[in-house]
Design a protein around this ligand. Sequence first.
Ligand code: ZN
Length: 363
Amino acid sequence: MIVEGAIVDLDGPRSGYVRFRGAEVVEVGKLGTESAHGSARKVHGIVVPPPVNGHTHLGDAVATREPPPGPLAPLVRPPDGWKFRLLAAASTADKIAAMALALDRMRREGTAATIDFREEGTEGVRLLRQASRRSGIRVVALGRPLQRPVVPSELAEVLKEADGIGLSSALEEPPESRTTVARACRAAHKLFGLHASENVREDPGTYLDPRPDLLVHLSEATEEDLRAVATSGATVAVCPRSNALFGKRPDLALLAKLSVPTILGTDNAMFHAPSIWRELEFAYVAARLGGRPVPPGFLVKAACLEPWKLLGEPEVARIQPGGSVRPIVVRLPADDPEYQLVSRTTEHLIVRPGTGSPRRRPG
Ligand SMILES: [Zn+2]
């Protein structure tokens, strides 16, 4: 299959073609220069590295009803907020089934990986692993030990199962807990993340010490706060739909201006479908609605390029022959491809080379 149109990757958006053999990229070049094989099927579209959902709580997918109105805190506060009571009341089988369904949806939309904050201790991570076994999605599970103060043996047990630790926030976790967790993550070469300045502004001196790999939200951070975050080198996961549900909005324009490494997540699966494409469109529109427009290229980078750097696989974010994680093709016009991807992508336009043929005839 040859895809003619545009390529969007770490080298920027450009016109070009990509030839696939099965799912594998075998040739990339400028339009009109392909080593012509008359028989190859031609598709017009945009070739882009597969998106990563930068922040999920897939366990929440077990809750399927409209959340009660009101502020966020009582809904998601550990250990006994609305969400934690729901999780406690749900059966293991129901939780696994709900997570598996959410992962299946992500796979259909071309998402290659998700970075999930999994509550419920070691068992919580095990359930997620079970749910993802046949999902075709790489699950980066950031677990959370249950006991406070943090007990080293439990922390070690969670870290053995998980790819790191994802804490609630510095408001709920004292410095001792954060330091113990961060040290253990460093020693194990695993990720340490936490939520920050989601509902109220927090002092960067708290959430940046010890320095996390990943900060989630920062919807209430000031410009000065974001400058401190930029200097720290931490990656920021933003979740615009989840914030909007509670009247908040991350300043994407400022994150872009300050070149903060930013990824995009769909957050609690009880609030929103884990669709990175819906998140992208909303992020773009909400930024314009708020009078703080964000460049579409920044959003595509946040969904499809930046996460691969955080995961230590920057080569995935470049369309080139070979490679273990395969790009996706979106059948959209090649003009202004980043804007097309952000504003127009839906599941039925996505072709995953090597996994079946596009539904429309080439044209
Ligand atoms: Zn979260």
